[in-house]
Design a protein around this ligand. Structure first.
Ligand SMILES: Cc1ncc(COP(=O)(O)O)c(C=O)c1O
Length: 471
């Protein structure tokens, strides 16, 4: 049984509104869980971004922030912590992860370029496409197999990397990107030995290796517990070895460091100078980069806390519990358990709903109606359309139930398992969705959809029949 190595000192009240209200709320939200109001939501498992529980020490640090516009002591604290943990001297602050991606794409990517990566993230890809580049994913085939027993589905294939560089040329390979705790394939980690192999190839060709370390904490946990060579290594030493085998690291501090912000660091002065002038234009002066100084204080403490095994094991052990319990009930979930959340495999869960009707999005609305649990679609809805306007069907149709770190109790996780089980027993009632308003970019954030039939009304009626007056 997973065990919390912390206690709760501050709480926030939750609402569980009746099933009819939940249906009304999801309808008003255009069947897009991003557009739900929190007052209608019971357990918010949309994301682990900016919603992780902060520690007493983080909150205390926020009280002593130095809010000087330039030369703030608070900034120096974070810069020193980055330097201490990653051995990287140059740091550029940014307001969140995608702001770092904007800078990287604008500075390094030009039309015709191809960026090899283990797997894309939505905002990363959008910025690379906006700069005229393309993304090439170089994962192993079983990375997308939800039942594979591969413990490191985030690994990048060195053979495919060589082939891609040979095909596009070094001049059209602005950088190689490896994402720790690969988000869109279920928070799956990569091996440090794999990163080292990829770095050796990058060095051979003189190509920059960029790490997206937003999900570093989860990947650190998995390297320590799954990669035999690092079983006895400290989290701090593993962190340093990861950094030493890369040229540039960027991160969303909404995840890494349990606060809100972001940043880019490198030990290469030339790389730093190429990016530096973008920060005052788009983010803010170099000593705050669009972040509140209070958040910067909290990130510095949060990064140090990430070096504590008992802090970084909470998320993955709760997720593993959820994955194991659902698997025991025959419910299709991404395995092995990854970081950031438990991912239901909508392609199997509702195999009667075609990808053209967005099964992961539809499952998200069904689960919200059944439980008030708000998940996030990670499937075709989260993809951009092809240039000719046709759908780009996603490799996987996942409903992500994120477990923001140290936020939910085990009984809330058990409630979720119980409602997912009810939904699975009634899965044939779930139908698809269609767009009614579709924005041209990142449509999953604000697009509006409707059910293709009256299946949601029938699901609510079945809920009432089974649960009586219960919520
Ligand atoms: C792997 C990864 N990279 C980048 C980002 C973007 O970060 P932000 O949401 O802070 O802009 C995220 C956010 O979810 C992420 O998971």
């Amino acid at each position: 049984m997973p065990l919390e190595m912390h206690k709760v000192r501050i709480i926030q009240k939750l609402n569980l509104v009746p099933v009819e209200e939940r249906q009304r709320a999801v309808t008003e939200a255009g069947n897009n869980t991003f557009l739900l109001q929190n007052r209608d939501t019971f357990l918010d498992m949309l994301t682990d971004s900016g919603v992780n529980a902060m520690s007493d020490n983080q909150l205390a640090a926020m009280m002593v922030a130095d809010d000087s516009y330039a030369g703030s002591e608070t900034y120096t604290k974070l810069e020193s912590k980055i330097n201490e943990l990653f051995g990287m001297e140059y740091f550029l602050p940014a307001h969140q992860g995608r702001a770092c991606e904007h800078v990287l794409a604008q500075v390094f990517v030009k039309p015709g370029d191809v960026v090899p990566m283990n797997y894309h993230f939505t905002t990363t890809k959008a910025h690379i496409l906006l700069a005229g580049g393309q993304v090439k994913e170089l994962y192993y085939p079983d990375a997308l197999d939800v039942e594979s027993t591969n413990l490191f589905k985030g690994n990048m294939s060195p053979e495919l990397l060589r082939e891609t560089i040979a095909k596009n040329g070094v001049e059209h390979t602005p950088f190689v990107r490896m994402e720790l705790g690969t988000n869109l394939i279920g928070g799956q980690p990569y091996e440090l030995s794999n990163q080292k192999e990829i770095y050796a190839i990058c060095q051979e060709y003189g190509i920059t290796l960029v790490l997206d370390a937003s999900l570093l904490a989860d990947n650190l946990y998995f390297i320590k517990t799954r990669e035999a060579a690092y079983k006895d290594a400290s989290i701090r030493d593993i962190t340093r070895e990861i950094a030493d085998n890369s040229d540039l690291i960027y991160f969303s501090a909404r995840k890494l460091g349990h606060a809100r912000g972001g940043g880019i660091c490198t030990r290469d002065r030339d790389l730093y100078l190429k990016m530096r002038d973008m920060i005052p234009i788009y983010e803010g002066f170099l000593t705050y980069g669009g972040m509140s100084v209070r958040e910067i204080e909290a990130i510095a403490v949060g990064l140090e806390e990430t070096m504590d095994f008992h802090m970084i094991n909470q998320g993955p052990t709760f997720i593993e519990y959820m994955v194991d319990e659902l698997t025991r009930r025959g419910i299709p979930v991404v395995r092995p358990a990854g970081g950031l959340g438990c991912h239901l495999d909508a392609m199997q869960f509702i195999d009667h709903v075609p990808q053209s009707e967005y099964p992961a999005g539809a499952l998200g609305t069904a689960l919200f109606i059944a439980s008030g649990v708000r998940g996030m679609e990670r499937g075709t809805l989260s993809e951009e359309r092809n240039e000719d306007g046709s759908e780009h069907y996603s490799n996987m149709e996942l409903l992500r139930l994120a477990l923001p770190r140290r936020v939910f109790t085990l009984s809330q996780v058990k409630y979720t398992i119980d409602r997912v089980t009810w939904l699975y027993e009634n899965r044939r009632m779930i139908g698809g969705l269609k767009f009614v308003e579709e924005p041209p970019m990142l449509r999953f954030f604000v697009g509006r959809l409707a059910p293709v039939s009256d299946w949601q009304d029938k699901l609510v009626a079945k809920f009432r029949a089974d649960f009586g007056q219960g919520l």
